[in-house]
Design a protein around this ligand. Structure first.
Ligand code: SAH
Length: 214
């Protein structure tokens, strides 16, 4: 009961602050319990609007960032989405509720996190997420093209290989920088249109099109 009240307060705050706008994103965020995606010692902070430690030097994104990204992506019920950086799966679960008749492909390089995410998808009985372990900096060409690709780790540049895996009319959302950077929205529509959505902070993307591991 307490958790339910805290979740509602967070949603109201995100609406008030202008991060949450559309009914579909609000309903989707309301339907996913964030506390199950963080280690037990972090659960009391699950409905604070901050990133939290999920182990392996990684974090679960802050709720306002998930809201900003899902509002910018504007998924529909049938979207075919690629997420790069599953973590423990929170963002993918929220996206899966919007694209309820579509599919979310999500790729994570750290096996233990990908396994935890799979467990979370199963516990929440979510069936439209395909979880893959690997280097997502090169996308996931096997299942391309996607209507939407979003990246939840910060990249040194906008990899061409990701733009190639977008459908015509598709959108790519990617943080560019090293931890601190800008969130870029790229639309593939008779060419490429890029828009800077503003500052953000994400853990680095490690991989072929990302940073070296060190
Ligand atoms: N979407 C997650 C965010 C997790 S943090 C959420 O809902 O909270 C970003 C994740 O990106 C980390 O788990 C990190 O291991 C992963 N990552 C970093 N580089 C990657 C790469 N090249 N391919 C796949 N995952 C990557």
């Amino acid at each position: 009961m307490f958790i339910f009240v805290e979740k509602e307060e967070l949603i109201k705050k995100l609406i008030r602050e202008g991060y949450l706008k559309s009914e579909k994103v609000i309903d989707a965020m309301r339907s996913i319990p964030r506390e199950i995606f963080v280690p037990k010692r972090q659960r009391k902070f699950a409905y604070e609007d901050i990133p939290l430690d999920i182990g392996h030097g990684q974090t679960i994104s802050a709720p306002h960032m998930v809201a900003i990204m899902l509002e910018a992506l504007n998924l529909d019920e049938k979207s075919k989405v690629l997420e790069i950086g599953t973590g423990t799966g929170y963002h993918a679960c929220v996206a899966s509720k919007i694209a309820k008749n579509g599919k979310i492909f999500t790729i994570e390089r750290i096996k233990e996190l990908a396994e935890k995410a799979k467990e979370n998808f199963k516990n929440l009985k979510i069936k439209n997420i395909v979880s893959i372990i690997g280097d997502g900096s090169v996308g996931l060409p096997e299942y391309a093209p996607y209507t939407h690709i979003y990246v939840t780790c910060s990249s040194p540049s906008i990899p061409d290989v990701l733009i190639k895996q977008l459908d015509e009319g598709g959108k790519l959302l990617i943080p560019v920088g090293r931890i601190y950077g800008d969130l870029w929205l790229i639309e593939k529509k008779n060419g490429i249109v890029k828009k800077n959505l503003g500052g953000c902070a994400f853990v680095p993307m490690i991989g072929r099109e990302g940073y070296n591991e060190d």
